[in-house]
Design a protein around this ligand. Structure first.
Ligand code: MLT
Length: 267
């Protein structure tokens, strides 16, 4: 499905009925990374996955990328679908986007699932890496991202055990438009620190992390969970950074149990 918001076409999937769960993808992937969660949860919930601008089947203009812009696009997509409040599930960059949604549109949020993400802003060396990767992407395309990131996205055992999954992740990265990759890198480099925000979050929160995540580690997740009053932490064994793709059943179960517990808040 496609819709026009803020001057661009945004693609999304909207399936099922019940509490809306909105899935926000990682850098520089797209909504197909959530296929298994939509299959597992689609009988009990309304699941919405969105291609952020610059990704998947959404437009990829060479202009206007920021987490605030992504948040506005998400808000407009949900308004078009008549969704006033939802549970948000954001993985990595999707988690950075959740902090932005919380800052700008807290009224939209029924529950938060921060997956394999962090609250801290970039350190200078991370910003430098993003700048360098953007320059390499401009000349090499998505191959630059694959070279830097593919070896770090899944648990070590997955690379031996499941070549099909590795190839699936590679193919999603390969399809990422240059405008979207560079747009994400700028948006993430410029994001503010969200550590001071944590103690103000009164929305029910689940934090999920793959135990083998080397990009946003279990310690990063623990800091989010410690900071948000009442937040629960789930560590997924045998999963790396893309924990929802590495261990889809465990990930879906954790999200399903969390979302089911929020039904009375939607009334
Ligand atoms: C992601 O998976 O979205 C990225 O690893 C996030 C980042 O580069 O900080």
């Amino acid at each position: 499905m496609k819709t026009q918001v803020n001057g661009v076409t945004i693609a999304y999937d909207d399936r099922g009925t019940g509490i809306p769960i909105v899935f926000l993808h990682a850098f520089p992937l797209n909504r197909t990374m959530w296929i298994q969660q939509q299959a597992a949860l689609g009988q009990r919930f309304r699941t919405i996955s969105i291609d952020l601008r610059g990704h998947g089947e959404s437009d990829a203009p060479f202009w206007r990328y920021s987490l605030e812009q992504y948040a506005s696009d998400v808000k407009e997509v949900l308004a078009g679908l008549g969704i006033a409040r939802a549970v948000f599930v954001g993985l990595s960059m999707g988690g950075y986007l959740e902090f932005t949604l919380y800052r700008l549109y807290p009224e939209l949020i029924l529950g938060l699932v921060f997956a394999d993400t962090r609250a801290e802003a970039d350190k200078p060396e991370q910003r430098q890496w993003r700048f360098d990767l953007a320059q390499r992407t401009a000349s090499l395309g998505s191959a630059a991202v694959i070279a830097d990131m593919l070896p770090k996205l899944l648990a070590p055992k997955t690379y031996e055990r499941d070549p099909d999954l590795v190839e699936w992740v590679r193919s999603i990265q390969a399809a990422a438009p240059v405008a979207g990759i560079i747009g994400d890198l700028m948006a993430m480099a410029e994001r503010p620190d969200s550590v001071d925000l944590l103690s103000s979050i009164t929305i029910p929160t689940l934090v999920i992390v793959g135990e083998d995540d080397v990009l946003t580690t279990p310690a990063d997740a623990q800091r989010i969970a410690n900071g948000i009053p009442g937040a629960k932490l789930v560590v997924i064994p045998g999963a790396g950074h893309l924990s929802n793709m590495d261990q889809p059943d465990l990930f879906s179960r954790a999200v399903g149990e969390f979302a089911a517990g929020l039904s009375t808040r939607l009334a």
